[in-house]
Design a protein around this ligand. Structure first.
Ligand SMILES: NC(=O)c1ccc[n+]([C@@H]2O[C@H](COP(=O)([O-])OP(=O)(O)OC[C@H]3O[C@@H](n4cnc5c(N)ncnc54)[C@H](O)[C@@H]3O)[C@@H](O)[C@H]2O)c1
Length: 353
C-alpha cells in the first residue's frame, strides 16, 4: 500500500492518542502537528514539525490527509480550509455541532473531490461488537429490547466540554458514539423516539440523557448515560448491555465484556403459579425458577481493537475498501440528536422516520 501522509490539527488529548496509534502503522507518516496552544508540543517527539496556525500546516503540499482533533466548534472551519487545499478530511466526532455545519463540510469536500469521514472508532469497542454479534446471530429469537448504558461515578466534565457552543454536552460527546453504535446495529427505521435530557450538576450542558427508540422492526432500544451516578466501588464507570428476545437474553458488562447468553430449558408460560416466599415477599411471577430451567451459554469471542478503524480508513483511501463510517450515517445520528433535544424540551415523542 502507498504511504499516506498526515497532518494533525489539534494536539490535545485525542491528537496525542492519534500520533501514538498512527505511529505504529506501516504506510502512514505524520508530517506535522498543529495546535494554537504551543505548550502541547512538549508532548510530541523533538523532530516533529509543529505549527501554531492550521493554514500553515494545511499549506504543506506533501500532506494527503488532515486529521482534525481540535475542539468541536472548530471542525467546520478547518475542514473548509483543508478541503479547499485539496486534502482529504478525517474529522473527530462529533463531526459538527449542527446539521447546517455538517452539510457545508460535506459540500466543500464534494466540491474539491476529497474524501470525508469521521473517527467513530467505537464501532470497534469489544462490548459493542459482542452485543452486535449476538444481535445478528438470531440466537435470541424475536428481540424486543436492546439496552445500552454508561454511568460515570465522579460527575466529571471538563474544559471546553462544559460549554454549549464548544462541546455540546454529553449527548454530543459520548451520545454520538453510543447512538451511532445502536443505529449501526439495529436495522430499519426509527418510528418514534422519546428522550429526557438533564443538567444534573452542570449549568450549561447536559450530563444525563435517556433515549428510547422504537424501531419498525419491533425492537425498542434504550440508551441511558449519566456522569453523576456516584458509586462507592472501585473504578470510575459502569457499562452495560442487555438484549431480550423470546428465545433468550444477553447481558454484557464492562468494556472488556463479561456476561452470558441466558435461556430456559422449557418456557414457563402457562405453568401453574407457584407461591414462593422471596426477599421481596410472596410472589408467583418473580420467584426462583424450578431447578435446572435456566441455562447459560458463553458470549461469542470477538477480537477487535480501535486500530481496525484505521485499517479500514487507509484501505478505503487507497481504493481497496469502502469507508466504514459514511456521511449519511453520521448525518442520521446528528439529526437524531437534534430530535432528542426537541423531545426533551417539549416532553413529547417524535415521529422520527
Ligand atoms: N473518538 C474519540 O474517542 C474521542 C475521544 C476524545 C476526544 N475526541 C474528540 O477530539 C476532539 C478534541 O478533543 P480532546 O479531548 O483532544 O480536547 P483537548 O482540549 O484535549 O484538545 C484539543 C486541542 O485543540 C487545540 N485547538 C483548539 N482550537 C484549535 C484550532 N483552531 N487550531 C488548532 N488547534 C486548536 C486546543 O488548543 C487543544 O490543545 C473533540 O472533537 C473531541 O470530541 C474524540
Amino acid at each position: 500500500m502507498k504511504t499516506t501522509t498526515i497532518g494533525i490539527v489539534g494536539f490535545g488529548f485525542m491528537g496525542q492518542v492519534h500520533l501514538k496509534y498512527l505511529s505504529q502503522m506501516k504506510h502512514v507518516k505524520i508530517l506535522g502537528i498543529c495546535d494554537i496552544d504551543e505548550t502541547q508540543f512538549a508532548h510530541a517527539p523533538a523532530d516533529m514539525k509543529t505549527y501554531n496556525n492550521p493554514a500553515e500546516l494545511i499549506a504543506d503540499k506533501d500532506i494527503d490527509v488532515i486529521l482534525i482533533s481540535s475542539n468541536n466548534d472548530t471542525h467546520r472551519h478547518i475542514t473548509e480550509m483543508a478541503a479547499n487545499a485539496g486534502k482529504h478530511v478525517l474529522c473527530e466526532k462529533p463531526v459538527a455541532l449542527s446539521l447546517e455545519d455538517l452539510d457545508a463540510m460535506t459540500a466543500v469536500c464534494k466540491k474539491n473531490n476529497v474524501s470525508f469521514t469521521v473517527h467513530q472508532q467505537r464501532r470497534f469497542d469489544k462490548d459493542f461488537r459482542t452485543a452486535k454479534a449476538v444481535f445478528e446471530s438470531g440466537t435470541l429469537g424475536d428481540m424486543y429490547t436492546v439496552q445500552s448504558a454508561l454511568y460515570g461515578f465522579n460527575g466529571n466534565m471538563h474544559d471546553w466540554h462544559v460549554y454549549m457552543d464548544q462541546g455540546g454536552g454529553m449527548l454530543y460527546d459520548w451520545g454520538v458514539h453510543l447512538l451511532d453504535q445502536l443505529l449501526w446495529m439495529i436495522p430499519g427505521k426509527i418510528k418514534s423516539m422519546y428522550a429526557d435530557i438533564r443538567n444534573v450538576i452542570n449549568t450549561e450542558v447536559d450530563d444525563y440523557f435517556n433515549v428510547m427508540m422504537r424501531f419498525d422492526s419491533g425492537v425498542t432500544a434504550t440508551l441511558e448515560l449519566g456522569t453523576y451516578f456516584l458509586a462507592d466501588k472501585p473504578g470510575w464507570f459502569d457499562r452495560h448491555w442487555f438484549i431480550g428476545g423470546n428465545k433468550g437474553s444477553m447481558h454484557v458488562d464492562g468494556f472488556d465484556p463479561k456476561g452470558a447468553i441466558v435461556r430456559t430449558s422449557e418456557l414457563l408460560t402457562n405453568v401453574a403459579g407457584q407461591r414462593t416466599f422471596t426477599v421481596a415477599g410472596p410472589t408467583r411471577s418473580f420467584g426462583d425458577p424450578p431447578l435446572g430451567r435456566i441455562l447459560t451459554e458463553a458470549l461469542p469471542a470477538v477480537d477487535v481493537n480501535h486500530l481496525m478503524y484505521f485499517d479500514n480508513y487507509f484501505a478505503a483511501l487507497n481504493g481497496n475498501d469502502e469507508f466504514l463510517v459514511t456521511i449519511p450515517e453520521v448525518r442520521r445520528v446528528l439529526r437524531l440528536m437534534d430530535a432528542v433535544r426537541e423531545s426533551a424540551a417539549t416532553m413529547k415523542s417524535i415521529d422520527f422516520e
